[in-house]
Design a protein around this ligand. Sequence first.
Ligand SMILES: Cc1cc2nc3c(=O)[nH]c(=O)nc-3n(C[C@H](O)[C@H](O)[C@H](O)COP(=O)(O)OP(=O)(O)OC[C@H]3O[C@@H](n4cnc5c(N)ncnc54)[C@H](O)[C@@H]3O)c2cc1C
Length: 397
Amino acid sequence: MPLTREQKLDQLARGDAAFDVVVVGGGITGAGIAREAAGSGLSTLLVEQRDFSWGTSSRSSKMIHGGLRYLGSGHFRLTRDAVRERERLLAEAPGLIDPLRFIMPHYQKQFPGPKLFQLLLRLYDRLAGKPSRQRLSPADTLQWVPGLSTSHLTGASGFTDAVTDDARLVQRVLEEAEADGAICLNYMQAQAVLRNSETNAVTGVHLLDTSTDSQTLEMTVNTPLVINATGAWADQLKQTDSTDTRIRPLRGSHLVVPYSRLPVSCSVSLFHPEDRRPVFAFPWQGTTVLGTTDLDHTESLSREPAINREELDYLLQISSRLFPASAITERDVIATWAGVRPVVTQSPVVTQNKETRKPSKENREHVIWSDNGLISVSGGKLTTFRLIAREVLERGQ
Ligand SMILES: Cc1cc2nc3c(=O)[nH]c(=O)nc-3n(C[C@H](O)[C@H](O)[C@H](O)COP(=O)(O)OP(=O)(O)OC[C@H]3O[C@@H](n4cnc5c(N)ncnc54)[C@H](O)[C@@H]3O)c2cc1C
């Protein structure tokens, strides 16, 4: 029987509560670490300040993918690891992670042409150890994507990645962690990491129960190892003044329109005419989603991230390019969501608070910092959560 919140709090409030490891952050990264830690026999506590997966892990584009675009920019290892994880997740959790067909239409004189794209897909398939690449004629393309703009259409490339429900995935991984003995508590904020004044080694973490405004419940738990898996919030708990790397929060937003207005049965990609970034329209639980943007998120991280006017216009251009006949406008939008990418940057800030490097040029790989019992991790992807967890725990040994 899983423990109730009260039973979990009773265990922590005893005053002598001690764990081998305390994981801070209940997104996919923290959940994955808690599962691997508990599975390897460590007594494990995970705390999340709000709902589990309240952060980026419920606001992603929900793809379990190798990241074809990372391959395009030469990140072979990242792509290889991610496609292998995709295959493993598809086999382990059908129904939670399902295959999704992707179609990249090719138009005359538009980059990337079919030859180059097919070459990339050949490599992608090879890294996955499984072929899914297809080359489609214009007629076949329209069978897959009725309503697609046919002006100068020369055909399409097809391949298969996977899609999930990100928040459910986090929940599933947390349940597996609890089945192995971890205690996972939401509405519990880590306020400070405690250290021995002489050795500077980590001794514990101070927690605040955020489930109620009227009563303040604070407690300290003992542990020699704290893992800061707070994603975009990682700098707040990191304790070190690292000037070489820091979190650059980058927002990505999505639009949701009724499936009846934009019926797509697979994910349809294009390079956005404005900035040549890869964007897509994909089917999601009876709707069609258009995504995403990539820009600096300068608002407070304590508020839910939200789309702005500029992003809305940018995303509407996806449908007007791909499906002009559908004539999708702002009035068709039934919902939006936005998430903040916990991207780790090395670029210094230039004058007037403007970043030097374009958001789309930032590396998406995760980074781990180790500081005498406090390990911080940020960046990375939903897809590679198990690999990130293992790497973090190895650093903690
Ligand atoms: C728009 C967008 C689209 C994306 N699409 C994809 C995709 O299709 N596929 C893919 O693989 N990846 C995708 N990603 C990347 C992926 O979503 C993230 O890398 C991943 O969700 C990050 O998870 P996390 O656990 O590190 O961070 P989060 O999910 O943000 O979790 C961190 C948690 O820490 C909590 N926290 C913060 N401070 C404290 C504290 N002091 N005490 C307790 N808790 C605290 C926060 O409330 C939060 O819930 C996308 C990201 C974005 C933004």
